[in-house]
Design a protein around this ligand. Structure first.
Ligand code: ADE
Length: 422
């Protein structure tokens, strides 16, 4: 039975106190966002803003929500994945006065019901991770787009889709690609995904990674992070790719690269990180070894074709949380987290320290849109100025007690001097 109030629907509002402890823990590890909170709470920089958010309801997201609210925004939130909501965190946010519509284990109809509820207060800004909220506005609530100043998008897959929409002339308001800030993609996507995906695999299986053949499909930033961390745990890492430069990079970073048709036969653990559908399909499952473990860390759940796996499986049972065994021609294949984001469904997502920078970028992007107001940015997909990346990185370094050098005036002049060569 869910708990419902005037402006929330969560699994159990009684979990709020446990949620509070988790959020306090995250706050102690997110100094950049907390510094933004302190500065903008004083200024009430988001006064008048109504922000609808559709992003994993985790302890880190709660720190962002509380920061936006402290800075004067009204906020209404839903999760961006049916399995990623932390019910304790959702309960605390609701008890704290935010509008929250999210619970773990919802079905697709409930998922979109929650998104619809976050649109009830007619937002001035939208925040997405995977673009489902912005698609909902464009597909079913077009009238709202007229009063939405702009939106933000957290993830690579979402940004690709929004760029395609903009190129087609279909995007109805400007969007900031938060993913494309250096202090997001070069940290969250690599170190965040790497650690949290391995964390999810370990929580769902508790297998020894050392000595296993660990197949990473896709060597973008997320795949690279997974490969790096699996190698660190002693796995023999194999990479599959479709992009020649990415495949080449993987070989120079010490990994074996081969087509999935070959990797499928030798892998013990498979993780998909491609953003593409049908990375693992029927003939791959048929050629896998007995006991193979399969999971996904891409945003959508289409990378592992579970319909095809279900079609060839003689039996299926749940072995332990987030771990289902499929019997295929006498062999066992284990699917983690129903092929959804293993790092968020089976673990807690990226650690707070890395989300600190990602969400500082979210905050800055929303603030830029709010401050410029309606018509302030042209239609299209925008990227935050590079100076903001350096500010975020500098602040992060400071909180880590790390100092760096500064260029002298002569060095700055040298950097732009085109009169002298060798
Ligand atoms: N995406 C990946 N990890 C996350 C986290 N901890 N919180 C919110 N979104 C995430």
């Amino acid at each position: 039975m869910a708990s419902e109030g005037k402006n929330y629907k969560v699994a159990d509002i009684g979990l709020a106190d446990q949620g509070r402890m988790k959020i306090e823990w995250a706050e102690s590890r997110m100094p950049v966002l907390m510094a933004l909170r302190e500065e903008h709470a004083k200024k009430q920089s988001f006064k008048g803003a109504r922000i609808a958010g559709c992003l994993h309801v985790t302890k880190e997201t709660a720190v962002l929500v509380r920061t936006l609210r402290a800075a004067g925004a009204e906020v209404s939130w839903s999760g961006c994945n049916p399995l990623s909501t932390n019910d304790e965190v959702a309960a605390f946010l609701a008890a704290d006065g935010a509008s929250v519509y999210a619970w773990h284990g919802q079905n697709v109809e409930e998922f979109y019901w929650c998104i619809d509820r976050t649109l009830d207060f007619k937002p001035t800004l939208t925040l997405d991770d995977g673009a489902d909220l912005i698609f909902t506005v464009h597909n079913r609530h077009k009238e709202l787009a007229k009063t939405i100043i702009g939106g933000t998008e957290e993830t690579t897959t979402g940004v690709h889709r929004l760029r395609a929409m903009a190129a087609d002339g279909k995007l109805m308001y400007p969007v900031f690609a938060v993913n494309d800030s250096e202090t997001k993609w070069d940290f969250d996507n690599v170190y965040g995904t790497g650690q949290s995906s391995l964390d999810g695999i370990l929580r769902a299986t508790s297998v020894l990674v050392a000595g296993k053949t660990f197949v990473v499909a896709g060597y973008g930033h997320c795949g690279r992070g997974c490969a790096m961390r699996a190698k660190g745990l002693g796995a023999n890492v194999v990479v599959t790719e479709v992009k020649p430069t990415a495949a080449l990079r993987a070989t120079l970073e010490g990994f074996r690269v081969m087509p999935m048709d070959e990797a499928a036969k030798i892998g013990d653990i498979f993780i998909t990180a491609t953003g593409m559908k049908d990375v693992l399909v029927k003939h791959h499952f048929e050629s896998m070894k007995d006991g193979a473990i399969v999971c996904n860390t891409g945003h959508y759940d289409c990378e592992i074709n579970l319909v095809q796996l279900g079609g060839i499986a003689q039996a299926k049972r749940t072995i332990r949380p987030n771990n289902e065994e499929y019997m295929v021609q006498g062999k066992r294949i284990y699917v983690l987290a129903q092929g959804r984001l293993v790092n968020l469904a089976a673990a807690e997502g990226h650690p707070s320290e890395v989300m600190d920078m990602s969400f500082a970028n979210q905050f800055n992007a929303l603030l830029a849109l709010h401050q410029k107001g309606p018509g302030g940015y042209p239609l299209g997909v925008h990227v935050l100025p590079a100076e903001l990346d350096q500010q975020i990185a500098m602040l992060k370094l400071k909180t880590q007690g790390v100092g760096i050098d500064t260029l002298t005036a002569e060095q700055i002049a040298y950097a732009t001097d085109y009169s002298a060569g060798t």
